[in-house]
Design a protein around this ligand. Structure first.
Ligand SMILES: Nc1nc2c(c(=O)[nH]1)N[C@H]1C(S)=C(S)[C@@H](COP(=O)(O)O)O[C@H]1N2
Ligand SMILES: [Mo]
Length: 420
């Protein structure tokens, strides 16, 4: 290629048109005009950079997790709490394990579990209580599925500046393990079995009550994450996946499941005071609502100038697969259908995109999604109305926050939180 520049005429000649009918040349004369460089880069040296035994990313890639909600993690006592994923840099739908958000409800030292010693017991209202080793579990029929997890504390506030701060407490990974229903069939459920309690290994038990119907539907006792063993922070060697339910139910370092005949109040259930809970109501109230957010452009980013941009974002729902995402580039007046990158999976992040030609004027970007059971993502004003609260500067979402996130684009291309 030599030092020849890729000019506009060649681009048009090559027929490179973008979805939506733009050509790069027409929409963004400033794009693709950098001079070609020919200097050879220096080499990454030897294997002591950690490139051979376990590959590192490029030192030029700097994306990192941050403590969530201003609470230091680890704190002065070395306890880790909530840490948010850098969604602003995400592409596709899989969160790399190193960047998966993580959360421990009461602060935790990471349990260092020897998988050879680990045991997982199912007991209670079953015909045969069973205790599995990790080897036992790996002999059984497995499933591999994409699923998101989202912490109930994932919320947008006025103070939040970036999408990592507003939405970073969700991530999506490919999980591998045995369906809980497979194990429960081995144990045999007794009559009256209607709830189950899952427990982790910590002193402060990561225990939660869940309806048995969910256990028999799609819960996974997972040992694999993104093609390798689940990471310690995410529950090594074994965790429960409860697709679509609030993060707190996805019990990490899973040690025990007890089958019971009613709802039991556990340490983790403080937010769900279902003293008289009905299985069905509970399932609904445990589900994450339909939610989406634009990750590019998002708060703290800077658009270099007017012209073409592919707006990109993530959508997910506890109600199933995402059916539709709409994007507004004028503060919610007109909604345009976004495209999906790949087929949306049930209870998984879906990547959406919308081709946009920014005219350089101040505006606001928003996205909203609809899931397969017809639930539509609400605006903040709608949520305020639901809770019967005034929608003014004092408003903050009391329950789960699946509100539409606006990003304001200023004339100078800077992007800020539209809720601020
Ligand atoms: N045993 C145990 N499981 C747990 C927790 C915990 O503190 N202990 N935290 C829960 C919470 S609040 C969330 S949001 C999810 C987070 O999963 P992740 O850390 O893999 O992202 O795990 C849940 N499972
Ligand atoms: Mo959480």
């Amino acid at each position: 290629m030599g030092s020849k520049r890729f000019n506009r005429r060649e681009l048009l000649k090559s027929g490179a048109t973008l979805a939506g009918g733009f050509t790069l040349g027409a929409a963004a004369p400033a794009l693709g005009q950098e001079p070609m460089t020919h200097a050879s880069p220096p080499m990454i040296k030897g294997d002591n950079d950690g490139q051979i035994a376990y590959g590192d990313r490029s030192k030029h890639v700097k994306s990192v997790r941050i403590p969530h909600g201003g609470r230091p993690s680890p704190d002065n006592f070395g306890l880790t709490f909530h840490v948010a994923s850098p969604l602003q840099d995400s592409v596709g739908v899989i969160t790399p394990s190193s960047l998966h958000y993580f959360a421990t409800t009461r602060g935790s030292f990471l349990p260092d579990i020897d998988p050879r010693e680990h045991r997982f017991m199912i007991h209670g209202l079953v015909d045969r209580p069973l205790t599995f080793t990790m080897e036992d579990l790996k002999r059984l029929p497995s499933v591999t599925r994409l699923h998101f997890i989202e912490c109930a504390g994932n919320r947008s506030s006025r103070r939040a500046k970036t999408v990592q701060e507003t939405h970073g407490m969700t991530s999506c990974a490919e999980w591998t393990g045995v369906l809980l229903s497979t194990l429960l069939k081995e144990c045999g459920l007794k009559g009256g079995a209607s709830w189950f309690v899952a427990e982790g290994v910590e002193e402060v038990k990561g225990a939660s009550s869940m309806p048995i119907a969910k256990a028999m539907d799609d819960c996974i006792v997972a040992y694999g994450m993104n093609g390798e063993a689940v990471r310690p922070q995410n529950g090594f060697p074994l965790r429960l996946m409860v697709p679509g339910f609030e993060g707190i139910f996805h019990t990490k370092w899973l040690r025990r499941i007890k089958i019971v005949d009613r709802y039991y109040m556990n340490y983790n259930d403080y937010g769900h005071l279902h003293e008289d809970a009905k299985e069905k109501d509970a399932a609904l109230s445990y589900q994450i609502g339909p939610k989406s957010v634009i990750t590019f452009p998002s708060g703290g980013q800077q658009l270099p100038g007017k012209g073409f941009y592919e707006i990109s974002g993530l959508a997910w729902s506890g109600g199933g697969a995402i059916k539709l995402v709409e994007v507004s580039t004028d503060g919610g007046k007109k909604w345009n259908k976004a495209e999906f990158k790949g087929t949306p999976q049930r209870m998984a992040h879906a990547r959406f995109a919308y081709q946009w030609n920014w005219d350089g004027n101040e505006t606001e970007l928003q996205s909203r999604c609809t899931d397969e059971i017809g639930q539509v993502q609400p605006s903040r004003a709608q949520i305020a109305k639901y809770w019967n609260k005034p929608f003014d500067e004092t408003f903050s979402v009391p329950g789960l926050d699946n509100s539409i996130q606006p990003w304001r684009i200023a004339k100078d291309g800077s992007v800020t939180n539209g809720n601020a």
